[in-house]
Ligand binder design. Structure first.
Ligand SMILES: C[S@@+](CC[C@H](N)C(=O)[O-])C[C@H]1O[C@@H](n2cnc3c(N)ncnc32)[C@H](O)[C@@H]1O
Length: 217
């Protein structure tokens, strides 16, 4: 189902025009290493400082809890968890839940929020190191579009494999020419960006039956 579970996530004010002028293939290659430059380096390479701020995920967590009917004994995996901020805020509401995070970035995991660091591991969305049906819910926010289309298909299938049915992803997308142009000026790391209708067909084709929404700058 198409649902904006991140409707309460603060909207960022980004100057996409300014960014496109300085975004070269070299800059993208550095960003795609998902190292210090991407998270805590110059704004050119990514976040320009990726620090915990309660105002980001705290307002989103109640929507996740109610949509997925999360309980103390529920389990949840965050694929592309970065420094674990979302999982940290989830645990503030649901301290007994079993949560896990995975990210390709050694830097992000090494510099994760200390309270959740032990729950996170380095790994690749294309080959999740978990048994089938391991989690009640699998989430992946703005992550699987960083893969080439065939790898993205594999990641979506992995999400379905390790989930007991429920999942939620957000991906870079556009609904019209104007949004497409803005997206192309904005996207730094994404390798698969599609029209929302093409994403929906793709989900069907690869067997992704979880929930989804779009990141549109
Ligand atoms: C835009 S950030 C989003 C981070 C976090 N989900 C959030 O919403 O704040 C994308 C994340 O995906 C991770 N990533 C990129 N490719 C990945 C892959 N193949 N497997 C797992 N994580 C990946 C990056 O290291 C980065 O932390």
């Amino acid at each position: 189902m198409e649902i904006d579970l991140l409707k309460n996530y603060p909207k960022s004010k980004r100057n996409t025009k300014g960014r496109s002028e300085i975004m070269s293939e070299e800059v993208k290659a550095i960003a795609r290493q998902y190292g210090k430059d991407f998270f805590d380096g110059d704004r050119l390479y990514g976040y320009g400082g990726f620090s915990y701020m309660p105002r980001f995920w705290q307002p989103v967590v109640p929507d996740l809890i109610s949509h997925f009917n999360l309980k103390a004994d529920s389990s949840l995996l965050d694929v592309g968890c970065a420094k674990g901020f979302m999982l940290y805020d989830l645990l503030q509401h649901m301290p007994e839940m079993q949560v896990s995070g995975l990210d390709i970035s050694e830097y992000a995991i090494e510099n994760a929020k200390p309270e959740v660091k032990d729950l996170l591991q380095v790994g690749d969305a294309k080959a999740l190191p978990y048994e089938d049906d391991s989690f009640d819910v699998v989430m992946s926010i703005n992550t699987v579009h960083n893969l080439e289309k065939d790898e993205c298909a594999a990641a979506l299938q992995e999400i379905m494999r390790v989930s007991r049915g429920k999942a939620f992803i957000t991906v870079d997308a556009y609904r019209n020419d104007e949004e497409q142009e803005r997206m192309m000026q904005w996207a730094l790391t994404a390798k698969t960006i599609m029209h929302v209708d093409d994403w929906k067909s793709f989900f069907k084709e690869v067997g992704y039956t979880g929930d989804f929404y779009w990141f549109i700058p």
